[in-house]
Design a protein around this ligand. Sequence first.
Ligand code: 3HC
Length: 306
Amino acid sequence: SRHFSVSHSVLSNAINQVTIIGGGLMGSGIAQVAAQAGNHAVIVDVNDGALKKAENEVQISVRRVAKKIFKDKPADGEKFVSDVIGRIKTSLDMKEAVKTADLVVEAVTENLELKQKLFSNLDSVAPEHTIFASNTSSLSIGEIASLTKRKDRFGGLHFFSPVPVMKLLEVIRIPETSDDTYEKMMNWGKAIGKTTVTCKDTPGFVVNRLLVPMFAEAVRMLERGDATARDIDIAMKLGAGYPMGPFELADFSGIDTPKYILDGWHKKFPDNPLFNPIPLLNKLVEEGKVGMKAGEGFYKYEKKNM
Ligand code: 3HC
């Protein structure tokens, strides 16, 4: 069964202050796991609505975590919840929020220019020692870092959804990443309770490079009428031990994400047939049927079906 780390980072020059840019599902989850490990975290987003939503997400999730680790000690659970929430601040001022950061983790929309500009803006205001990291799932860390003057203090920290539950953290080095930066990222990953794996700056790193083409093949099977979505999902759960089938997972995380990942990779690597466009996938996204958040994807969610 899964367990959650509540250890405090003890290393002297370890990361204690983390600023997370982007308070979506990933960003709020990253702030939460950092705060659960004793870090102070600031979530930055562009409006109050987004920050409120992030605070809400953390509230709900940290309560689930507390319920699990303090099953028989509800008072300790309450204290844990208020301590964790007390270590998370929110801000609309990105430049101000990085001034005390040991680590900045960016988790904004998958848009290369947006990310490049963001880091280039932060480069001049963040302290010398601050490490910059991107939680991108499909873009190149080297390209995201390209406008900064701190490529030695730059890397990828790729989390998985739901962040408080999934144990993995992919740590990505670019050729310029210093050994010191790499070690700090690895140590931080362990301090927040994740198991780390290292991967080069290659499209999709390990997990998405394998998951996205697998999902694409599943959609192609469905398109050809080889099997129903339901049967493909059951097959992958009971035949391969996956916790969710490819369509359940896509509906859960949003169908638009793998579509945009595939589009980007197809544009960059037009000769790789794994990344070819899939009419059925494009049609669903065009119609706004992007999964649970829309009430419909590969499945309908009027009635609870999972
Ligand atoms: N916060 C805190 N706790 C949570 C949680 C959350 N957001 N979501 C679930 N949990 C806890 C529950 O409280 C529950 O705890 P319990 O065991 O004490 O009851 C436990 O996790 C299991 O949850 P559920 O009983 O609700 O449901 P499942 O057993 O089906 O687990 C799941 C849900 C963890 C989502 C599981 O189905 C799963 O692992 N699915 C696959 C997820 C996956 O593959 N993620 C990776 C996607 S790829 C990605 O993220 C990359 C990106 O770049 C796109």
